[in-house]
Each structure stands twice: as structure tokens, then as C-alpha cells.
Design a protein around this ligand. Structure first.
Ligand code: GLN
Length: 536
């Protein structure tokens, strides 16, 4: 049987954290640069329906798509590399697979049959993989399988890959990412873990077509030959994947190893067109040769695990490149910021960014950080909870509403300047029930934000339950905090700004989800530009 869309499966062996997401995104970038239409999908073997209910310490940031999916942070890499939006279909978990099969069983769709992992769960997995392929939009779908080969949880996924390889022999290949560790005592790179992980795949009936070998040292010809021979792959399909200075170097490293060419050959697709990576190289050149340098304080409560703020830190890198500036991030734990150590904690910062978040832990440190930025005229950017903290701080210290708060933290406070949205009041379930995904926002001409975007109507992604309480709007505006962005239908305040300040912007939406290498986000770019201007 033939299928017009081609499928590339990316699996991982030996250990987790080898960077399957970056390899998938880099391969996709190279194929896209040759003119192919590509999407990348992540299959996650955990039982949560989505990562929306996961603590960031468990799994890093929760990425949000335009259509409101709460997804794995790898989707952020896919979008940043490809500059193409992902959607609900791009992230599937075991929870979603089982939920759907069980719903079908309850509807009676299986006509009295016993419902089993094979074929019912594997069929559902195969269907989810092909949803993207069947759209008729993509030449190639890259499907990254989360976890490590050999995990009990990922067995049904590997079985689904085996079946698809069997059914669509000409159209499916497997790229297996492994580790070739360096043993200092022996002074050697070791291939045995790679051999073992390929054996494990073979036991499950899957022969990988290409091996990407993560290594800290050069993989010489002897090693490549050895790996090829023991793992039944061609010599040119043993790809060295060396540690890189920046994740944005990886597409070029993979190009040097001809990963894209080998993939296309194995899929029977033409390799004639050379990839056009001109603008990517320009980005890298600017990244590596900055003219200026600034330090931004990122105030949040999950700073021990930097992956919790992945999209924000990548957006700062993109905005730095747009401004020929190296952006150094100082990670500031909001729980450790107090009134007493405020000056010390914020010393030397050129700009302050207060991060999104949930719950009371670390909130007073965030509010104090806003106060410092406002009073000392340090450029300030507040995102979601960061914007809400800016509103609470202004209410307390400028409007003199000393008991002002968000009802998320203090549900009976005297001045609920941030309050739960009406449509959220009756919701008791946690998963997927926030205000999620893209909504439009009308900007006030002449504001910092409209100057950043150069247009007056924008669309940005959301993930929140609380909002600015419009009963207080007049009071805020009369005292200098303006609502410069609103949802045109509901009047929900999306953006607040202070005029008498070098740059003070808070957004209810999350601009960080839309910054890419090809299109650094205008708001982050404007923030860094204001920081530069202010620090000169
Ligand atoms: N906890 C806040 C709310 O739900 C902010 C959410 C966020 O920062 N993403 O409105």
C-alpha cells in the first residue's frame, strides 16, 4: 500500500534528555528549507490527558497552541524552528488515546468485541499519527515518540510504528537517537549502549533506518563502521550529533552530516534542491556576534528548573538577535525576594520580567519586583500573572488600596482588582478548562504596545482564569495605568501600561508562545530595544 504523505519516526534509546525534540525540529528545518511542507508531532507515553495539569517541576513549561491545546514544551521548539503553528493534533498522550478508546467502547463502537491494547490502542495511535498526514497539507510528518525505548509505557507506540512500517513500507522510516558515551578511564567512546538499544528495538520488530549518535567527541570512521555493522544500518546513516553551543546550531550540524539527504533518499524523495538556510545562518551570525549586552531579571517561582520558562528565555534570545544584543538572564526566585533585600536582588538589572504562574507561593516577591521596576524606572514586562501582579502593585501603592489583591490568592479581599472571569465561576474541573488559545486584542494607538506591533488589532494566546476587574478601570486610568489593549468583544483588559516610565507593559496573554527564529516577537523585541535605550 502506498501513502502520499511520508512519515519519519524519531525514537530515543539509552537515556532520556538526548534532545529528540531538537533533532526532530532540526531535521524538519532542513527538509522545510528544501521546499517540503513539514509538521512535527509528539507522542507522550504518560497517562495525563495533557501536561496542563502538570506541575512545571515535573515536565517544564506547558506550551499553548492557537487552538488552545496545552502541550509538551517540544511543540515550542517545533514552532520556533519551523515558524509554522502546531495544533491539538500535534501532541497526543496515552491518556488521550485511552480516553478516546474507552469513549468508543461505551458508545458500543466495538460491537461486542474484547477491547485490547493490540489492535484497539495501537489502531488509535496509528489514526492519531495519520490525522496530520491525511490533511493533504504535509509532504512529511515527523513523529517524535517520547520516553526511551524499553520503557513499559512506550511499548504500544513502538508497536504502532512497527505496524505502520509494515503497512506503508515505502513511506515510513525510523530515526533512532542514542548515546555514545565517553569513558574517561578508558579514554574511549563506547558503542555498546547503542548496540543494546538497537537490539531492544529489534526485539520489538523495528529496525531503525538511521542512527543519530549523541556524543561529546568526534565519531571517527572506525566507530561509524562498527555501529553500522552491529546495528544493520548503512555507513552514511550513522549520524554524529555533537554537543552544540546553541540549539540553533543543530540544523547546520545535521546538514553537515547530511541527515536530511539520507532521510530523503530512504523515503524515495528527490534530493536535488539544496536547502536554503540563508536567513537561519544570518540569525546565527547575529546571535554569535552581538554588539551590545543587557541583563534581564526573570522573576518566577520555578527558576530552579529553567525549562519551566523555555518559551520566555528563547523569546529573549530572539529579541536579543533582533537588537544585536546578548541578553543575559538573571534567574530570580520570587520566593526569595523580600522588601528587605529588594534593592540588592534587583541591583544591576537593565530590565525586569515578571513571569506567569499560579497560586500564592512567591507572589509577594513578584509584587515587590514590580514595585522596584515602577519606582526605579527600570523597563518592565509582566506576562499573565506578571501583569496581574503589576495591577495589584499599582492598586496598593499608587491608588492606596492597601488590601487590593487577586481573588486567586485572597478570595474575599476588600479590593479584588484581579477577579475570576464570569465564565470560570462554575467550573470545578481542572483539566483544559482555562481560557485557552488565541483571542483578538484591540490596541490603543500611540501606546507602547501598538508601537511594538505597528498594527492595532492582534491575536495572541492565553492561559488563565482571572482577569482585570473593570469596575476599577477608571480609577487606574485616572492615576496613570492605562488599559492599552482590550478584547474587542468582551472588553477584557489584555494590556496595561504606565505612561510616565521608560517602558512598562503587562499583558494578560502570552506573547512568548509566538516568537520564532524567523519572526522574533515584536513585543519582546520592543522590550529589549527599550532596555537598550534606557541603559545607554
Ligand atoms: N494564575 C493566573 C490566572 O489564572 C495567571 C495564569 C498565568 O500566568 N498563566 O489568571
Amino acid at each position: 500500500m502506498s501513502n502520499s504523505t511520508k512519515y519519519v519516526f524519531v525514537t530515543g534509546g539509552v537515556t532520556s534528555s538526548l534532545g529528540k525534540g531538537i533533532i526532530s525540529a532540526s531535521l524538519a528545518k532542513l527538509l522545510q528549507a528544501r521546499g517540503y511542507s513539514i509538521t512535527i508531532q509528539k507522542l507522550d507515553p504518560y497517562i495525563n490527558i495533557d501536561p496542563g495539569t502538570l506541575n512545571p517541576y515535573e515536565h517544564g513549561e506547558c506550551f499553548v497552541t492557537d487552538d488552545g491545546a496545552e502541550t509538551d514544551l517540544d511543540l515550542g521548539h517545533y514552532e520556533r524552528f519551523l515558524n509554522v503553528p502546531t495544533s491539538q493534533a500535534n501532541n497526543v498522550t496515552t491518556g488521550k488515546i485511552y480516553q478516546s478508546v474507552i469513549e468508543k467502547e461505551r458508545r458500543g463502537d466495538f460491537l461486542g468485541k474484547t477491547v485490547q491494547v493490540i489492535p484497539h490502542i495501537t489502531d488509535e495511535i496509528k489514526e492519531r499519527i495519520q490525522i496530520l498526514g491525511n490533511k493533504g497539507v504535509y509532504d512529511i510528518v515527523i513523529t517524535e515518540i517520547g520516553g526511551t525505548v524499553g520503557d513499559i509505557e512506550s511499548l504500544p507506540y513502538i508497536e504502532a510504528v512497527r505496524q505502520m512500517k509494515w503497512e506503508f513500507e515505502q513511506d515510513c522510516i525510523v530515526v533512532h537517537l542514542t548515546l555514545v558515551p565517553y569513558l574517561a578511564a578508558a579514554g574511549e567512546l563506547k558503542t555498546k549502549p547503542t548496540q543494546h538499544s538497537v537490539k531492544q528495538l529489534l526485539e520489538m520488530g523495528v529496525q531503525p533506518d538511521i542512527l543519530c549518535c549523541r556524543t561529546e567527541h568526534e565519531l571517527d570512521l572506525t566507530l561509524r563502521r562498527k555501529i553500522a555493522k552491529f546495528c544493520n544500518v548503512n555507513m552514511n546513516a550513522v549520524i554524529e550529533s555533537r554537543d552544540a553551543e546553541s540549539i540553533y546550531d543543530v540544523p547546520l550540524l545535521m546538514q553537515a552530516e547530511e541527515l536530511d539527504k539520507v532521510v530523503l533518499e530512504k523515503l524515495g524523495l528527490p534530493t536535488k534542491l539544496t536547502p536554503d538556510l540563508g536567513s537561519w545562518k544570518e540569525f546565527l551570525d547575529r546571535l554569535k556576534n552581538p554588539e551590545f549586552q543587557v541583563t534581564i531579571g526573570l522573576v518566577g517561582k520555578y527558576v530552579e528548573l529553567k525549562d519551566s520558562y523555555k518559551s520566555i528565555s528563547e523569546s529573549l534570545i530572539h529579541a536579543g538577535v533582533a537588537n544585536k544584543t546578548k541578553v543575559i538572564v538573571r534567574w530570580i526566585h520570587s520566593e526569595k525576594v523580600t522588601k528587605e533585600n529588594l534593592d540588592e536582588s534587583m541591583e544591576g538589572l537593565d530590565g525586569i520580567l515578571v513571569a506567569p504562574g499560579f497560586g500564592s507561593r512567591g507572589i509577594s516577591g513578584k509584587i515587590d519586583a514590580v514595585r522596584y521596576a515602577r519606582e526605579n524606572k527600570v523597563p518592565f514586562f509582566g506576562i499573565c500573572l506578571g501583569m496581574q501582579c503589576a495591577v495589584v502593585e499599582f492598586a496598593r501603592n499608587v491608588l492606596n488600596l492597601k488590601e487590593a489583591h487577586t481573588t486567586e490568592i485572597s478570595d474575599r479581599c476588600k479590593d479584588p482588582v484581579i477577579d475570576i472571569m464570569a465564565e470560570q465561576k462554575e467550573i470545578s474541573e481542572m483539566g483544559g478548562t482555562m481560557r485557552l488559545g488565541s483571542y483578538q486584542c484591540q490596541l490603543t494607538p500611540g501606546s507602547n504596545i501598538s508601537e511594538a506591533y505597528h498594527i492595532d488589532k492582534i491575536s495572541e494566546r492565553h492561559r488563565h482564569r482571572y482577569e482585570f476587574n473593570n469596575n476599577y478601570l477608571e480609577q487606574f486610568e485616572n492615576s496613570g495605568m492605562k488599559a492599552t489593549g482590550k478584547n474587542p468583544e468582551t472588553g477584557l483588559v489584555e494590556v496595561v501600561e504606565i505612561k510616565d516610565h521608560p517602558w512598562f507593559v503587562g499583558t494578560q496573554f502570552h506573547p512568548e508562545y509566538k516568537s520564532t527564529v524567523a519572526k522574533p516577537h515584536p513585543l519582546f523585541t520592543a522590550f529589549i530595544s527599550a532596555v537598550l535605550k534606557n541603559s545607554k
